[in-house]
Write a protein that binds this ligand. Structure first.
Ligand code: SF4
Length: 526
């Protein structure tokens, strides 16, 4: 089975509301699939976090509760009601409680969902959030599974003393992804499908006395897995050889990558990228028009650049002005719970979109050229996802703003008309400049120093693209740079990996701000 990350499943997206893709989007996805597994309307839920995990100190501030509530309540991730899920739960008469407890985990971002339905069904689901909205359901009622939201999942429960029924071979002769897990006297058989399972087949299974329970959980990722075709390259260097031999840009390569990964026709892949870019550009417009949100540290600032320019307080014809304004606008949209595209994460969603728009304006790029440049950013993100991935709780901000800087640098080279090698070298340089970047959000809000880090990533991307196209030497190949991010992460202390226990997060001012925001939320609740 092809395990390469997809550009749409793992890098550019999800389309979401909320401060953090690992907290909000991954939680929403896992909660939505958990509701399929519960298989009846929800009555109440107890959600808990391990006291030693990264989510225990900040699950509410970083939007985990919004994501879980939204998924459990059946809200879409971009639904306006995601801004106040507690109210929706109250209106629906559903109780969702959150606790910090102690339980065994194998990932810092782990959450446990204990759900009870209106007809008395009960399930317990253990989930790890892997960064950028990716997740893995690891256990269902003590049965080990690996469910990541990219397949239709068939879950068949039977007695372990029974053999795996022949019926399954008859019905699913060609299914290659059957796995089983034993818990006590029972067995869970998990089959994964790329297409919805027919009702006729489900009826046969449900009417059979061989199974205690038959459940289907639907996919929640935009691209269904299992339709992949073989990539014409399997490493950064073979990708560059292929680009040279075929005379392709990195934008062309990114499109080929996602066509192979998704199994979709080119027109559908391009259309999906256009859809995502439109949302990104709308976030810029929304942010510049002005946003407000109660639980936020900073007011709108993106308009200040234009004001300062008009008053001759800053450079007049600098692209940096536009980059800062665009990046700020996207970040402000995110912090106001407006719809954004996690790119590659919600915390780092401003850099690529902000700088790509500014450079596209500067070079008068056509829309098709901009879309092609986004494919260049996507394939860099895919190689990053094959390395450390995008979880700040595991690796710090080097995998959020660091990754976005590399992606944007490659996209800018594409907009400049540069070669695939120049684009990959620009990505290498940009990521080199951000290795070791810590994650220390002030007052647990994904606002500051996140905004400044997004702006730095965007300007760094432009300078790296400029250096690469001018012939500067990146020296260290991209794959070695990405490997170094993982190595450095292993040496970074946990306190600077999105735990709120180190860096700027523990300064006197940050602690005072956190207290003030906590007081504000108490006042608004009462
Ligand atoms: S510091 Fe970076 S990684 Fe941490 S929350 Fe902010 S943007 Fe995300």
């Amino acid at each position: 089975m092809n395990k390469n990350p997809g550009i749409f499943n793992d890098v550019i997206g999800p389309v979401m509301r909320g401060p953090s893709s690992s907290h909000t989007a991954a939680s929403w996805r896992a909660a939505k699939m958990s509701m399929d597994i519960l298989n009846e309307p929800l009555k109440n839920a107890l959600i808990d976090f391990d006291k030693n995990g990264a989510w225990a100190p900040n699950y509410r501030e970083q939007g985990t509760t919004l994501g879980i509530d939204g998924g459990l309540l059946g809200l879409e991730m971009a639904d306006d009601r995601m801004k106040n899920t507690e109210l929706v739960a109250n209106e629906m008469g559903i109780s969702i409680r959150y606790e910090v407890n102690s339980f065994k985990t194998n990932h810092v971002n782990t959450v446990r969902l204990a759900l009870e339905g209106i007809h008395g069904n009960k399930i317990q689901v253990l989930v790890a959030s892997l960064g950028g909205g990716s997740f893995e359901i690891q256990e269902i009622d003590g049965f080990k599974v690996s469910i990541c939201g990219d397949y239709y999942e068939l879950l068949l429960f039977n007695n372990k003393s029974d053999l795996i029924p022949e019926l399954l071979n008859d019905l699913f002769a060609h299914n290659q992804s059957m796995s089983e897990s034993i818990n006590g006297d029972n067995r869970l058989i998990n089959l994964k499908f790329s297409k919805a399972i027919s009702n006729d087949v489900l009826d046969i299974l449900k009417n059979s006395s061989l199974f205690i329970n038959v459940i289907v959980a639907n996919p929640v990722l935009p691209i269904i897995a299992g339709n992949e075709t073989e990539l014409p390259f399997n490493s950064v260097s073979s990708m560059l050889d292929y680009a040279v031999n075929e005379n392709l840009s990195l934008g062309d390569i990114g499109l080929i990558y996602e066509k192979c990964q998704s199994g979709l026709p080119e027109s559908e892949v391009v259309d999906r990228m256009k859809y995502l870019v439109e949302i990104i550009e709308n976030s810029i417009k929304t942010g510049l028009a002005g946003t407000v949100y109660e639980d936020r540290i900073l007011p709108q600032q993106s308009h200040l650049i234009d004001n300062a320019k008009k008053r001759n307080k800053i450079l007049q014809n600098s692209i940096v002005n536009q980059i800062v304004a665009n990046v700020s606008a996207i970040m402000e949209s995110k912090s106001a719970m407006e719809v954004v595209v996690a790119n590659p994460t919600a915390g780092s969603c401003g850099a690529v979109g902000g700088v790509m728009r500014a450079v596209a304006d500067e070079v008068d790029a056509t829309h098709d050229e901009l879309i092609s440049a986004y494919f260049a950013t996507g394939v860099i993100g895919a190689y990053f996802a094959m390395g450390p991935g995008f979880s700040a709780e595991e690796h710090g901000c080097q995998v959020e703003c660091g990754a976005s800087a590399g992606m944007a640098a490659a996209g800018i080279v594409q907009l400049f008309g540069g070669t695939a090698r120049q684009a990959v070298d620009a990505a290498s340089m940009a990521i080199q400049n951000m290795i070791g970047l810590v994650c220390d959000p002030i007052a647990d809000r994904v606002e500051a120093p996140c905004l400044g880090k997004n702006v730095s990533a965007a300007v760094n991307a432009l300078s790296s693209a400029t250096m690469s196209c001018a012939g500067y030497n990146a020296l260290i190949p991209l794959d070695e740079v990405i490997g170094t991010v993982s190595n450095v992460s292993a040496q970074m202390p946990t306190c600077v990996k999105c735990t709120g226990k180190g860096g700027l997060a523990i300064t006197k001012t940050a602690c005072a701000l956190k207290e003030k925001l906590a007081m504000n939320s108490k006042v608004s609740v009462s």
